[in-house]
Design a protein around this ligand. Sequence first.
Ligand code: ADP
Ligand code: MG
Length: 318
Amino acid sequence: MDEFGLIHQYFARGMLREDVAIGIGDDCAVLSLEVGHELVVSIDTMVAGVHFPHDADPGRIGTRALCTALSDLAAMGAQPHWFTLALTMPTADAGWLSAFSDGLFDIANRYQCSLVGGDTTCGPLCISIQVHGSVPKGRALTRSGARPDDVIFVTGPLGDGAAALAVINKQLTVRTASYDYLQKRFYSPAPRLQAGQLLRNLASATIDLSDGLCADLGKICEASGVGALVDLARIPLSAHWKEQVASDRALQWAVTGGDDYELCFTVPQERLPLLEEWINAGKLQATPIGKVTHKLGIGWLKDGKPRNFAKKGYNHFD
Ligand code: ADP
Ligand code: MG
């Protein structure tokens, strides 16, 4: 199988959106953006041995790579349209490619995001995905709009990523249903795209939680020139694992463990009634966990007393 046969067989498939004028097969893709909208772009790279084990299930590499890339579009309030794939692999293994591309297209079709081009090379296994989405002009959510007294929310339970890793590394055992839940949360974390798009009308700042609450809320605070005070008792934890884990470790996972891919966002006081309306109507899932403060840095409260967290999230060059 040569490079072009491989691209044709495994990657020139799946649904094609109407806004794709030219897709895979030419020197570039040609894509049309709705009038009055802006292009929102992000790229993520996953390296074998760094982001996943060399022998990881290829289908799961595919689902996880696209889900986590789409999470960045969710954080900006963007709607996904297209993605490109730069794939480097040591050999063209048909079984691997078939499972990887099945996983990839499962997610692409679910979120209506078309693969419109890429690059295929031989070398150590490495996957880069660039996602493209759009927002109405000037309406992208950012990290920099949080103001003192805004309320801080998260869209779902935290610590699932760390709990899933503990299960994968055989440091934690859970019931079958919980095992399935954690596998799904880890390998195909649902990007909070609908929530992100709704939040364009509401949030002052937004980020997706890839490196853990401590690190990522820290990025909102830094970009906005504010601090935060978080009530640890309010952080939602999943019933799938929290009873099996000592409460201090559970908090550690929720605050410093990454890979949750929920959104963390801030809402000005005057917009809280609208948010509550949406939560009650089931339009949006969100839990308040704290407040934005004038005082810089993040304060963590446990039973009304300050608590510190040492680990600041993953950094490739630490
Ligand atoms: P070029 O040499 O002009 O950069 P290539 O010959 O590498 O283009 O690729 C041929 C076509 O296949 C291009 O349209 C490219 O975008 C697409 N392509 C290459 N690799 C992939 C891939 N892994 N997934 C999807 N499309 C790909
Ligand atoms: Mg070319």
